[in-house]
Structures are given as C-alpha cells and as structure tokens.
Design a protein around this ligand. Structure first.
Ligand code: FDA
Length: 309
C-alpha cells in the first residue's frame, strides 16, 4: 500500500479533518465528480437518467458509525422512504446500506431490527437490499446479520472483500446458498495480518474468488456483482465467462458513479448488464477520502478545484 493511500485512509476517520474539509468550498466542489448531489432527489434523477441510458442503479445514503439510536432510526426511515420512491418511479434500483448506519456500533439487535424493516419492505417492493462490508472488525457481525436476513428473504445481498485473507473461507458456507454476492477489492486501511498488502495479490485473489462464485453459486441461483473498475480484471473475467458460456443471469457488473465511465459504456455496448452505485447525502467525508485513496492522483483534481484551473 502506498504512503499516499495510507495517509488518505487515516484521514478518512479523522474528525478534525472532516470538520474542516466539509466546510471548504473547493473540497465540496470536487466531491460532485463522484456524487450527483446531496439530496435523494439528486440520486433518483441520476438513476432515472441511467435507466434511460440502459444502466441499472444502486442507491446509497452516505453515513456510517452513527452515535445515537435516534440517528439510526432516522436513517432507517430515510431508506424506507427511498424504497417507496424507487418503487413508485419504477426505477428498479437496488439499495445498499452499511450496518453501522443502522446502529451496529450501538446495539447489534437494534441494527438487526432496522435492517429487517428494510429487507421486509424491500421484498414487498421486489427490491434487492445490499449489505456493504465495512472494516475487518465488522466482518463476523455483518455475516451474522446477512444470514438472519437471508432466512427472511432471498432479496438480500452481501459485499465481500477480496483483500481479506479470510474471505475465501467465509465464502465456503455462502456458495451453496445461491445468494447475491458483491465482490469488491476492499476500501479500508487494514493490517498486513488481515489483508493482502500487495495489489497484485488482491487482484489475483479477486479473480479466483469471482471464478468460484460464478462456477458454484450461479448454478444454485446466486448472483455475482463484479464490482470493480479494473479493466484488466474485467477483461480476464469476461474471457472466462465467454469461454465457459456462463449465463448472463449469473452476474452483473457494478461500478461507482463517476468512475470508469468508458468501461461502463464498453460493457453496456457489448450487451452486458451494468449497475452504477449512486451515493448521496451530507455525510460524504470518509467515503470521499476512500475514493481519493483508491487513486491518489484524484487529489490533483481536488487541488485544481482550489485554484479553479
Ligand atoms: P483499482 O483500485 O485497482 O482500480 C482500477 C482502476 O479503476 C484504476 O486504475 C482507476 O482507473 C479506476 N479507479 C478506481 N478507483 C477510482 C477512483 N476512486 N477514482 C478514479 N478512478 C478510480 N468496498 C468495501 O470495502 N466495501 C463495500 O461494500 C464496497 N462496495 C462497493 C460497491 C461497488 C459497486 C463498487 C464498484 C465498489 C465498492 N467498494 C466497496 C470499493 C472497492 O472496495 C474498491 O475500493 C474500489 O472499487 C476501487 O477498486 P477497483 O476494484 O476499482 O480497483
């Protein structure tokens, strides 16, 4: 991991930095590259435009590590409202949530009840609800939440991180269930005891895990979200998918709003299903730092906004 990446990921959890950055106009301006706006209306409008262009969407309201039960209730109600609006507009978007947004740090049972409300309503509206994977200290609790939800409904999905050594093992019990899995590389600052420190090892693990999911989970009714902007990895997987005649219903590509647009368009033109994850909301600081850390060259873009170059 590069020093710039480490520094940006450390900044993502720093309250002092958050306070200042979110009040600094040029930082606020630079965020718009990755986010259509802070309001749900902005996200829904972006999802509608994507739908017109043939893409699917996933909606997520930014926020994590909430500190009060009231906030967790507010977020849950926000998502319930979003589910209604998504259904009424026939957008067919999925939604994606972070367990710590629903109160996992405060009380795991509260989090489970809140998530249950979202999965139940999502299922009534035929909307898939994804559970994001946060840092490694949450993996066990997130897997447990997912297993509970999955007993209630098939319309729940889970993100898994290819940079964690443990993911291969975690996958074993999930493959036969034929569930919806989103495979990502992983976005948090983790120790070398927990996660592959070298990018080439993460990429290789991603490929191996994706192949296993396609081979074993697809047949059991599972869906894989190939959630990466890495075009070399996408091409390698696409070649395998083609060679093995993997049915289209087994997988979709998923990318973040504002990232890898040429790749999104190329896949779409080739007849592939592509979903774009749209993030919105006021609490964008840690999420934005992780986006900068993924490509430290993005910091140059922020600097340009400062000078309006
Ligand atoms: P990599 O980082 O190798 O990037 C490949 C190429 O993509 C780069 O060379 C660059 O061209 C482009 N790129 C990538 N990131 C960029 C950026 N920020 N700005 C500009 N260009 C960029 N993580 C997690 O820990 N838990 C989760 O639940 C999720 N959920 C999630 C959902 C979806 C739909 C996606 C696409 C990603 C996530 N992630 C995530 C984030 C994920 O773990 C990872 O940090 C990013 O996707 C970046 O990694 P790539 O796979 O794109 O590869």
């Amino acid at each position: 991991m590069t020093v710039a990446r480490k520094l940006l990921l450390a900044a993502s959890t720093n309250d002092w930095m958050r306070e200042r950055a979110t009040k600094t106009p040029f930082v606020v301006r630079s965020v718009s590259r990755f986010m259509p706006g802070e309001r749900p209306e902005d996200a829904l409008a972006a999802a509608l435009q994507l739908q017109r262009d043939g893409f699917g969407a996933i909606l997520t309201h930014l926020g994590e590590n909430l500190r009060s039960r009231d906030e967790a209730e507010e977020v849950t109600r926000h998502y319930l409202g979003l589910l209604e609006r998504n259904g009424a507009a026939h957008l067919g978007a999925h939604i994606s949530i972070k367990p710590t947004q629903l109160g996992l740090d405060l009380d795991p049972e509260l989090c489970q009840r809140n998530l249950q409300r979202l999965v139940d309503r999502g299922t009534e509206l035929n909307t898939l609800v994804w559970i994001d994977m946060e840092n490694a200290s949450y993996v066990d609790r997130t897997l447990e939440l997912f297993r509970h939800m999955r007993q209630r409904s098939p319309l729940v999905g889970l993100a898994l991180q290819a940079y964690l050594y443990r993911t291969e093992r975690d996958l074993e019990s999930l493959l036969p269930l034929g569930v919806a899995l989103r495979l990502v590389k992983g976005a948090y600052l983790e120790s070398r005891d927990t996660a592959f420190p070298r990018k080439s090892d993460v990429d290789e693990n991603y490929y191996r895990l994706a192949v296993r999911i396609l081979d074993e989970s697809g047949r059991a009714g599972g869906l894989l979200h190939i959630a990466t902007h890495d075009s070399a990895l996408v091409d390698r997987l696409a070649a395998r998918i083609e060679a093995q005649s993997v049915p289209r219903s087994y997988y979709e590509y998923a990318m973040l709003y504002g990232i890898g647009r040429p790749l999104q368009r190329r896949l779409m033109a080739a007849g592939q299903r592509v979903r774009v994850l749209i993030s919105y909301g006021e609490h964008w600081f840690p999420w934005y730092m992780r986006r900068l850390a993924e490509r430290p060259a993005n910091v140059w873009f922020v600097v340009k906004q400062a000078f309006e170059l």
